[in-house]
Ligand binder design. Structure first.
Ligand code: NDP
Length: 486
C-alpha cells in the first residue's frame, strides 16, 4: 500500500498494513452521495490498540536517537508528498467528510506547510541557559521526547488536525498511536501512507481504525505517556480524567461557542462576508465557527437585512460541484441533531431570520439557518455543530463584551470595528484563545499558537506554532559545574 491513495482501509502497526477485523468490516460513507460509499475499513478492538502501543514502544528509542536532522528529513519529504498528492487527498476528504473541494485543498496544503514548518523547527534549539548563583555553574534546560503519544482525532478536519499533532510529535522524537474518527478512516490511511512513503521507520507512526471504545483502550494504557485529543467536550473530559488519574499528560481541544461582535463603525461589506464565512463555512462544522452574532446598537437592522440576504442565497450542494459553497453535514445523525436543536430554539422563542433556499434533498443536507434571540435560548449556550447562528442585539460595548464572555467556552471571538479603544479592550477583555479583528472567528495559521480558554481546551501547551513541541517533550533542568577545582 504505497504511492497512491487507496479506498480500502487498514491498520498500520509496526510498519505493516493489517486488515485484522475483530469488530467486523465497516463502510466509510459519502454524505453527499449515500448510495456511493467511499470504501471499507476493518474495525479493530482493544487488542489492536495494545498491539499498536507495543509496536510504538519498540520503535521510539531508535527514532529519538536518529537525531533531529533525520527526523526533519522525513517531515520534509512528507511535505513534498502532501503537495504532490494534494488533489487526491482533497477529493478523499470531500468524499468522506462532505466539505467543498476548495476547503479540502486548503487542508492538504496546510498539512504540507505544517510538516515543512515543524521540520524547520526541529533544527532550532529548544534549550535555555540560565545564570547560577554558584560561581562556575551553568543552569541549562534540555528537552527529551515525551515517549509514546496517543492521538485521537475528529472528522471535521480529517487531514489538518491529525497532521498538526503528528508532525510536532515526530519532530520531537516520539512514536505515535493514532485513532482517527470513524467517519473519515480512509483519509487517515492516506495520511499514514504519506509518512511511510516519506521513509518513516516502522512502528514510529501506528494507525488503528475502530470505534471510540478502542480509543478508550489507548487512553487507559499506562504505557502511553501522553494523549492529545480533539473532539467533543464530554469525550475530552472523560479522557482527561482517565489520563490524569494515571499521571499521564493530556492535551485537549474541545468545543466553542464563539461570538462575533459587530460595532456601529464596522464596514458591513467586510463584516457580512466574515460572519457568513465564520458561521456557515465548512457547513458550520468547525470548533471556531461563529455561533453568536452580537450586533451593537444602530447597526443591528442593516446587519440583519444584509446577513439574511447573504444566507438565503448560499449555494448548498455536493462538495465536488465547483458551484457549491456549503456541503452536506457529515452524517444523517449530525443532521438530526442540528435539526432538533433548531426546532428547540424555535420552540423556545427564537425568530427565524433566514434559511438558505434550494438546499438539495438528501439525508445529510441541512439548509443554513440564521436565528435571532437572547441568552436564554439553549442554542445560544450549547454548541450546535452545523450551519446555524443566532443574532443577538445589545446597546453598548460593555454589554457586548459581557454577553460575548457569557459562555462556558473560550475558543475564538471576533470584533468588527476600526476603533482602537474597542480593539484594545477586546484583546484584554474577551476570554478567547483566538481573537480576530475584522476577520471571521474561524481560520488560523500553522506557525502561530492555537487553543482556547475555559472549557474549550485543557491546560497543556497550545497546538501549532513553536509551542506545539512543548506538549511532546519533557523539560529537564541541569545544574552543571566543573568536577574538580582548577
Ligand atoms: P467525539 O468527541 O465523539 O469524537 C472525536 C474522536 O474521539 C473520534 O475519533 C471518536 O471515535 C473518539 N472517541 C469517541 N468516544 C471515545 C472514547 N470514549 N474514548 C476515546 N475516544 C473516543 O465527537 P463526535 O465525532 O461524535 O462529534 C460530536 C460533537 O463533538 C460534535 O457535534 C461537536 O459538537 C463536537 N466536535 C468538536 C470538534 C472540535 O474540533 N473541537 C470536532 C468534532 C466534533 P469515533 O469516531 O470512532 O466515535
Amino acid at each position: 500500500m504505497s504511492g497512491s491513495i487507496v479506498r480500502t482501509g487498514a491498520h498500520l502497526i509496526g510498519g505493516d498494513w493489517s486488515s485484522q477485523a475483530p469488530g467486523g468490516i465497516a463502510v466509510s460513507g459519502n454524505p453527499a452521495r449515500p448510495d456511493e460509499p467511499v470504501g471499507e475499513f476493518p474495525l479493530g478492538d482493544a487488542s489492536t490498540a495494545v498491539e499498536a502501543v507495543t509496536a510504538a514502544i519498540e520503535a521510539q528509542e531508535a527514532w529519538a536517537a536518529a537525531g533531529f536532522s533525520s527526523r526533519a528529513r522525513v517531515l520534509e519529504k512528507a511535505a513534498v508528498l502532501f503537495d504532490e498528492r494534494a488533489e487526491e487527498l482533497a477529493l478523499l476528504c470531500t468524499l468522506e467528510e462532505g466539505k467543498t473541494l476548495p476547503e479540502s485543498r486548503g487542508e492538504a496544503m496546510m498539512s504540507a506547510e505544517t510538516c515543512r514548518y515543524q521540520a524547520g523547527l526541529a533544527k532550532t534549539s529548544t534549550e535555555r541557559i540560565f545564570p547560577s548563583n554558584n560561581p562556575g555553574e551553568t543552569i541549562r534546560t534540555v528537552r527529551a521526547p515525551l515517549g509514546v503519544v496517543g492521538m485521537i482525532t475528529p472528522w471535521n478536519f480529517p487531514l489538518m488536525i491529525p497532521v498538526w499533532k503528528i508532525a510536532p510529535a515526530l519532530a520531537s522524537g516520539n512514536s505515535v498511536v493514532w485513532k482517527p474518527a470513524s467517519n473519515t478512516p480512509l483519509s487517515a490511511v492516506a495520511i499514514a501512507s504519506v509518512f511511510t512513503d516519506a521513509g518513516l521507520p516502522p512502528g514510529v507512526l501506528n494507525l488503528v481504525l475502530g470505534p471510540g471504545s478502542m480509543g478508550g483502550e489507548l487512553v487507559a494504557d499506562d504505557r502511553v505517556d501522553g494523549v492529545t485529543f480533539t473532539g467533543s467536550v464530554s469525550v475530552g473530559q472523560g479522557i482527561r480524567d482517565v489520563v490524569t488519574a494515571r499521571n499521564g499528560r493530556v492535551q485537549l481541544e474541545l468545543g466553542g461557542h464563539n461570538p462575533c461582535i459587530v460595532f456601529g463603525d464596522a464596514d458591513l461589506d467586510v463584516a457580512v462576508a466574515g460572519v457568513v464565512n465564520g458561521a456557515m463555512g465548512a457547513t458550520g462544522q468547525k470548533c471556531t465557527a461563529t455561533r453568536r452574532i452580537i450586533a451593537v446598537g444602530g447597526v443591528h437592522d442593516e446587519l440583519v437585512d444584509r446577513l439574511a440576504a447573504a444566507v438565503t442565497s448560499l449555494q448548498v450542494g455536493d462538495g465536488q460541484n465547483p458551484e457549491t459553497a456549503i456541503g452536506p453535514l457529515v452524517s444523517a445523525g449530525a443532521r438530526a441533531e442540528v435539526t432538533e436543536a433548531v426546532h428547540q430554539a424555535q420552540a423556545e422563542g427564537a425568530e427565524t431570520i433566514a434559511v438558505t433556499e434550494g438546499t438539495p434533498d438528501g439525508p445529510c443536507y441541512f439548509a443554513p439557518t440564521l436565528l435571532a434571540g437572547g441568552a436564554d435560548l439553549t442554542i445560544t449556550r450549547e454548541e450546535v455543530f452545523g450551519p446555524v447562528s443566532t443574532v443577538m442585539r445589545v446597546d453598548d460595548v460593555d454589554e457586548a463584551f459581557t454577553l460575548a464572555n457569557d459562555t462556558e467556552f473560550g475558543l475564538s471571538a471576533s470584533v468588527y470595528t476600526d476603533d482602537p479603544w474597542i480593539v484594545n479592550r477586546a484583546l484584554h477583555e474577551l476570554r478567547a484563545g483566538l481573537i480576530k479583528v475584522n476577520g471571521p472567528t474561524t481560520g488560523s495559521e500553522i506557525h502561530a499558537p492555537f487553543g482556547g480558554e475555559k472549557h474549550s481546551s485543557g491546560h497543556a501547551a497550545r497546538e501549532q506554532g513553536d509551542t506545539a513541541q512543548e506538549f511532546f517533550t519533557r523539560t529537564r533542568t541541569a545544574y552543571i559545574k566543573p568536577g574538580r577545582a582548577r
